[in-house]
Design a protein around this ligand. Structure first.
Ligand code: URP
Ligand code: ZN
Ligand code: ZN
Length: 471
């Protein structure tokens, strides 16, 4: 069955132009003017924009934390992604089993109900010679990226020497190390002191995880990457100083790249001081208006390459069910930390919000061109993570992951529109202009206006190529 999408304005990372797109099977087969194809289903896209499906490089689904689990699993989270125009997500494999292989195998079982295409990064949260020897085998499993942490002492953190060794392994195997940059020692000290002093409210989450820790850890890792002559990708950039460090490193020719997330562009510690401040608790924390502005400069000016979400939602009140697909669902969430900020599950919803929120606030405000928007949210993540041009592109031969975007559609955004399986939305009541109208996954329309046509299990695992470029 062929689908002919006619008279839309194609928006790629490089240019915008009016054209028709022919989809045959799962692929884009032709792009051109006045295409006529007998028997094709015609979709009129006059007045609409045609974007490559969003690629979210940083998503957590079905992630256990603090005695509960994040509230989107691989079906509900990918359904929310689709409603927001994202057709590929990259999740994380927790290194919870003796070997990397077993951890990846267990993750596959959880992930197979995904409704959009998906891949995973490997959390490298332990390191010894045996583990090091197993790293190259990840390539055969289609996993080419390793996330390391300089925080979460005694749980997820790797010592600098092991990060340095991991960088060299990655370099030798065409893989990419991703860094969660915070200073674990400072966090441990400040958290213990805050608790002794009786500070229990959400704002102390930010006060015990200072921006300088993120800044020095980012620079420390850039220096390790330079020494190892390896590429490095800084995840969830949240602090102005991280942008400064990334700019500094890139100006010196280091192979370093960065990602931020919408929450760090809009929210501040003031939000943590609200009565419902637990909704904004994530790690690293949201910071100040000056940090928001510098991060916007980074994404607009080219220092930062991608905008992911770090989607990791929890209920605000997990004792009160919501209706999801007609059934009541309640999952313990932020209320677990009502009396102690260290017990608030860390993470925010966002996978479905990313494109609508960034379109209005970025493209609508003139901060980003539509092409830069596509680069940040689709093409660059596809390139950096070894999926391009199958994903992130509108060219013949690419997967027909296509968003028909209505740039005039006005909505009052919030939990009712976002489809994330939680009881709140960070952008409740925001007036947006520009929303996905139809979303295609490999040629199948899975979202049509407000209608869900997708299915659990229709997403495909995407094995990724090593040796992806440094942008
Ligand atoms: O609060 C967050 N971001 N939770 C997810 C884990 C992480 O470090 O990305
Ligand atoms: Zn992280
Ligand atoms: Zn994360």
């Amino acid at each position: 069955m062929a689908t002919l999408i006619k008279d839309g304005m194609l928006v790629t990372a490089e240019e915008s132009f009016s054209a028709d797109i022919l989809v045959e099977g799962e692929k884009i087969s032709q792009i051109g003017q006045n295409l006529q194809v007998a028997g094709a289903e015609v979709v009129d896209a006059t007045g609409k924009m045609i974007l490559p499906g969003g690629v979210d490089p940083h998503v957590h689904l079905d992630l256990p934390m603090f005695g509960t689990v994040c509230s989107d699993d691989h079906y509900t989270g990918t359904k929310a992604a689709a409603f927001g125009g994202t057709t590929t997500i990259i999740d994380f494999v927790s290194f919870d089993f003796p070997t990397l292989r077993e951890s990846v195998d267990k993750w596959h079982v959880k992930a197979e109900k995904a409704a959009v295409d998906y891949s995973a990064h490997m959390n490298l949260t332990r390191f010894d010679e045996k583990i090091a020897a197993e790293i190259p085998s990840l390539r055969g499993m289609g996993i080419t990226t390793l996330k390391v942490f300089t925080a979460y002492n005694g749980r997820l953190r790797l010592e600098d020497g092991n990060i340095f060794k991991a960088l060299r392994f990655a370099r030798d195997n065409g893989m990419l190390v991703m860094l969660h940059a915070e200073n674990g020692d400072v966090i441990e000290t400040l958290t213990a002191e805050a608790l002794v002093a009786g500070h229990t409210t959400p704002e102390w989450h930010a006060r015990t995880r200072p921006a300088w820790g993120a800044v020095e850890s980012a620079l420390r890792a850039f220096a390790l990457a330079a020494t190892a002559d390896a590429p490095l990708y800084l995840v969830h950039m949240n602090a102005a100083g991280e942008v400064d460090m990334l700019q500094y490193a890139r100006e010196r020719g280091l192979k370093v790249m960065g990602e931020t997330c919408p929450q760090y562009l809009f929210f501040t510690e003031d939000d943590l001081r609200r009565p419902d401040g637990a909704k904004w608790v994530c790690s690293p924390p949201v910071r100040t208006k000056a940090d928001n502005s510098r991060l916007w400069e980074g994404v607009a000016g080219g220092t930062i390459q991608t905008i992911g979400t770090d989607h990791c939602p929890f209920f605000y009140n997990g004792t009160k069910p919501i209706l999801y697909e007609g059934k009541p669902v309640a999952i313990p969430g932020k209320e677990l930390g009502a009396d102690d900020f260290t017990k608030i599950p860390n993470g925010l919803p966002g996978v479905g919000d990313r494109l609508p929120i960034l379109w209005t606030t970025g493209v609508g405000s003139g901060k980003l061109s539509a092409n830069r928007f596509v680069a940040l949210t689709s093409t660059n993540p596809a390139k950096i993570f070894g999926l391009y041009p199958r994903k992130g592109a509108l060219v013949p031969g690419s997967d027909a992951d296509i968003v028909i975007w209505d740039p005039e559609k006005k909505v009052k955004y919030g939990v009712a529109l976002s489809h994330q399986r939680t009881d709140y939305n960070l952008y409740e009541g925001w007036e947006l202009t520009g929303m996905p109208e139809k979303v295609f996954l490999r040629g199948q329309c899975i979202v049509d206006g407000g209608r869900w046509l997708g299915k659990a299990g229709k997403g495909q695992f995407l094995p990724r190529r090593p040796g992806a470029p440094v942008l």
